[in-house]
Write a protein that binds this ligand. Structure first.
Ligand code: 5RP
Length: 227
């Protein structure tokens, strides 16, 4: 059983005709977007707001009608993956580098559904390096401030080159010492000028859908910030 596929497809059961959807990024969201493509082909009236250029290309190829974030006044449901998530529904995202658009789309959505396989469930955040989108200008100063907090920042590279986001920025991956005080890190990040957005998605989701070897689990969050 493909754990990412069953989680991604299960989330589409919440989708209703006429909805505007946030389309997430990554290998789990990929399956969800494929399923949305099938639903559109079958005649459903759905529109998507993609969270990355990669998802935009996938959705276009599937014939999913797309809207830009600037054209919508709301998003009904945002469905996206996570890199890790704790029992209080605090998630780290941005492993694929799309965290900034992902957060703008999630923030606008009436309801957020996170999808993942069970390897993403953690007791406390910090196993996965925390991605931070930073401005190219002055990035060495931004990294130094992060290093001064003891966060062990690493400028993300891909294929031997500095990774550049869809927004033209860099990513610093923070290797935080455990135990991580996520509120303290959040407050300190807000004071660093070159920080544009963070991969901390604290208590966003209404539903967490998890693929296991023996099936799919839906966990409801009774206290989402969206409630
Ligand atoms: C991209 C993300 C992804 O949602 C996250 O990295 C999970 O990806 P995958 O489903 O491939 O494990 O935040 O920026």
């Amino acid at each position: 059983m493909d754990k990412k596929k069953i989680a991604g497809e299960k989330a589409t059961e919440y989708v209703k005709d006429g909805m505007i959807l946030g389309l997430g990024t990554g290998s789990t969201a990929y399956h969800m977007v494929n399923k949305i493509g099938e639903m559109v082909k079958a005649g459903m009236d759905l529109k998507g707001v993609p969270t990355s250029k990669a998802t935009e290309e996938q959705a276009k190829a599937l014939g999913i009608p797309l809207l830009s974030i600037n054209e919508v006044d709301h998003i009904d449901i945002d469905i996206d993956g996570v890199d890790e998530i704790d029992p209080a529904f605090n998630a780290t995202k941005g492993g694929g580098g799309a965290l900034f658009r992902e957060k703008i789309v999630a923030d606008l959505a009436d309801m957020v559904i996170w999808i993942c396989d069970d390897s993403k469930l953690v007791d406390s955040l910090g196993a996965f390096p925390l991605p931070i989108e930073i401005l190219q200008y002055g990035y060495t100063q931004t990294l130094k401030k992060m290093a001064d907090y003891g966060w062990n920042p690493v400028l993300r590279e891909r294929d031997g080159k500095v990774f550049v986001t869809d927004n033209g920025n860099y990513i610093a991956d923070l290797h935080l010492e455990k135990p991580v005080d996520i509120q303290d890190v959040k407050e300190k990040l807000a004071t660093i000028v070159g920080v544009l957005e963070t991969g901390q998605f604290l208590n966003f989701c209404k539903y967490l859908i998890v693929g296991h070897d023996d099936g799919v689990e839906v966990i409801e969050n009774a206290k989402s910030i969206k409630d």
